[in-house]
Design a protein around this ligand. Structure first.
Ligand SMILES: *Cc1c(COP(=O)(O)O)cnc(C)c1O
Length: 385
């Protein structure tokens, strides 16, 4: 889709990050790439084939809507798991295509069974066990109720997984809660096993737990943010390097968001620039116009405070971020011309605009900013600078 800016995905960075996680977890743990939210804003259509190239063949999405999208790009030997919601009409599709899915309450279990019966094909499910997050999952009463249902409908089900999710393994503040969740998980698994219900794999760890709680890796880890080159939190990073000699960041950011200069102006000292009175030129200025704004996901909070990179130099944004454009100061940067590449997020030369600096935000908001990158910005795969 043509757009006034482009999101560049560096597959070399993805390869680096896949190898990092692989080395960490070893050969016996399955690496499942979490690609919900349009692959954390990177573009499912680019991320799935790229990760497959680096040997990833297991993917997790949130909904059946995302699954239908991912299904178009994955190869036949890759597994796809829906960790959340299936539209009622999508059970049939999922079972038909052997897309695996979480069962988080009894009504979902019944829906899976009845659809599988109708189709004479087994539903491949992961039992989502509530362990203390109190969001989704079968609580102890529901779990006990579902046991006879599962046993009675054994021939319509493949129990592929027992699973749960930690409520915040990225912060030491949640340490006790995480520990408790893990012990509840093990107890529930024991209970199921004692009733003759077994799963092929057990999984509970996302990126943060994979790093900070190695014993929770079990048979499979569901890793999202690390693969894209970010730490869940600064704390998780520190936790990791704390145990290493080499203190450098082993991850590489896969994304770069670029646009181009479309106009250049000279503005004499004393003039106001853009809407209203928010910015007055204090000296004779050269400015450039870039055709992106808050309608493209470029935050208005960067008005008069953010930067972009052009010709390897940082250029401060002046005035407010408009719906479709921003203006930046290039008075001290030589030779900027119409058509030059402008980096909104990412690296050029020695300079980098990180998501964290992208609005004085802390790491945990990487998730939000990435996922909010609009779907209609063109994504391209390229390792070029
Ligand atoms: C998003 C998500 C993950 C991945 O989390 P990261 O912190 O990005 O690794 C894993 N499991 C579930 C259930 C999720 O919703």
């Amino acid at each position: 889709m043509p757009s006034t800016s482009r999101i560049q995905i560096k597959s070399a960075a993805l390869e680096n990050n896949v190898n990092f996680v692989r080395n960490l977890i070893g050969p016996d743990v399955i690496l499942s790439a979490v690609i919900k939210g349009n692959a954390y804003g990177h573009g499912t259509h680019i991320i799935v084939p790229a990760l497959e190239q680096y040997g990833v063949n297991h993917f997790c999405v949130y909904s059946s809507v995302e699954a239908r999208d991912a299904f178009k790009y994955k190869s036949d030997n890759s597994t796809l798991v829906i960790m959340g919601y299936l539209l009622p009409n999508d059970y049939k599709w999922a079972i038909e295509k052997e897309v695996e899915f979480y069962v988080s309450d009894i009504s979902e279990l019944k829906q899976a069974i009845s659809t599988a019966k109708e189709m004479s094909k087994k539903a491949i499910i992961h039992l989502d066990i509530e362990t203390g997050m109190n969001r989704t999952g079968l609580g102890i009463l529901q779990l006990k109720k579902s046991i006879p249902i599962i046993i009675a409908n054994n021939k319509h089900l493949v129990i592929r997984g027992f699973t749960s999710h930690f409520a915040g393994a990225e912060s030491i503040a949640n340490h006790l809660r995480v520990k408790k969740q893990f012990s509840v998980f093990k107890k529930r698994v024991k209970l199921l096993n004692s009733r003759g219900i077994f799963a092929d794999i057990k999984h509970i760890a996302s990126s943060a737990a994979t790093i900070s709680y190695p014993d929770t890796r079990l048979d499979l880890v569901r890793v999202g943010i690390l693969l894209y080159g970010y730490w869940p939190t600064q704390e998780t990073f520190i936790n990791y390097i704390h145990r290493r000699k080499d203190k450098s960041d082993p991850l590489m950011r896969a994304i770069r968001w670029c646009s181009n200069v479309i106009s250049i102006k000279k503005v004499p000292a004393g003039e106001f620039i853009g809407y209203g009175l928010s910015f007055q030129a204090q000296y004779d200025m050269n400015t450039m116009l870039i055709p992106i704004g808050y309608c493209n996901g470029y935050s208005r909070s960067l008005s008069n405070s953010g930067h972009v990179i052009v010709k390897d130099h940082m250029a401060p944004i002046i005035g407010s971020v408009n719906m479709n454009m921003i203006i930046a100061d290039i008075t001290n940067i030589d030779n900027v011309q119409i058509g030059d590449k402008v980096v909104l997020i990412g690296k050029q030369g020695e300079n980098e605009i990180s998501f964290s600096s992208f609005a004085e935000m802390n790491n945990s908001l990487n998730y939000e900013i990435l996922a909010r990158l609009p779907m209609n910005i063109e994504r391209i795969e390229s390792n070029q600078d």
